[in-house]
Design a protein around this ligand. Structure first.
Ligand code: SF4
Length: 286
């Protein structure tokens, strides 16, 4: 018999809700063919649903789009080069970037103007947000992962600024930044982990400490979902990430009294509910 605790807040953040809203409005107002450039959000359920409902196709490159089209920039943003390429081709751009990601773009632009060296601390150097933000000033900005930062040489600490991706693990980021502050006290640190990420992780950390088994419902490509799993593991819980209910494994629940559930910022509530239902079938709640 297992008790299911659903963490709150969980699921859609305001940036994802806004991006979906923009896509919906664009499909209503536009007569031209509309395309998403890459997954508008990192969740295949949402992408499939939007493609079907709104008839918007996802492409990976502007080369796949003709000039009489509209392209929607995903919630994770894109580099200025992408906007320029679209303009050069005569493609209309609708920007669904999260405002908090755009804040990082503005910060990089300002720092590059001051000729600062910027380290963009990230999960993956090829994550869409990282590529977009670094693309604001590639000659001044270097993406460095949370793993690599411990061995990354900073040659001019006084002129170096460290920024962070919006969806990093708060625990791993603190470890990395504490290390940097100690080794290079002159480095300036400008963390940009967003409030939605922080709030969801704070709740999961508390619940994971108490209940020890955590399941995150989210896409394996979703940075914020992976960070939720990571913070749960950091405080000693066993944590899994599942894209949908079919990925649950019954042995995870053997001899367990409680399980904590949360979902990534782009995971629909319906998918979380299916996971809750499947866990109930595996181990009925008393
Ligand atoms: S997780 Fe944060 S930065 Fe990313 S879309 Fe949501 S609110 Fe914006």
């Amino acid at each position: 018999m297992i008790n299911i605790i659903v963490a709150n807040p969980h699921g859609f953040c305001f940036g994802i809700t806004k991006a979906i809203d923009i896509a919906t409005k664009t499909s209503k107002n536009q007569k031209k063919p509309i395309f998403f450039l890459g997954e508008i959000v990192h969740n295949q359920h949402v992408v499939n649903w939007l493609e079907k409902e709104l008839k918007i196709k996802t492409v990976q490159s502007l080369d796949e789009i003709s000039s009489d089209s509209v392209v929607i920039i995903r919630a994770h943003g894109a580099s200025p080069t992408v906007f320029q390429q679209a303009k050069d081709k005569g493609i209309e751009v609708v920007d669904a970037s999260c405002p908090l990601v755009l804040r990082s773009h503005q910060t990089v632009k300002g720092l590059a103007f001051e000729k600062k060296q910027i380290i963009f601390l990230c999960n993956k150097v090829d994550h869409d947000e990282t590529v977009g933000v670094v693309g604001e000033a590639p000659q001044f900005t270097t993406p460095v992962t949370l793993d690599d930062i411990f061995n990354y040489p900073i040659n001019n600490p006084k002129n170096t600024v460290i920024m962070t991706q919006t969806t990093l693990s708060t625990i791993e980021t603190k470890k990395a930044l504490d290390f940097i502050k100690k080794k290079y006290p002159q480095v300036t640190i400008l963390p940009h982990i967003c409030q939605a990420t922080t709030d969801r992780q704070t709740v999961i950390i508390d619940l994971a400490k108490k209940y020890k088994l955590v399941i995150i419902v989210g896409s394996p490509t979703s940075a914020n979902s992976n960070s939720l799993k990571s913070v749960a593991q950091s405080v000693g819980a066993t944590a899994y990430i599942v894209d949908n209910a079919s990925e649950l494994q019954s042995e995870w629940f053997l001899n367990q009294k409680n399980v904590v559930l949360s979902s990534g910022a782009s995971t629909p509530e319906s998918v979380l509910n299916e996971v809750v239902e499947k866990i109930r079938q595996i181990s009925p709640v008393t």
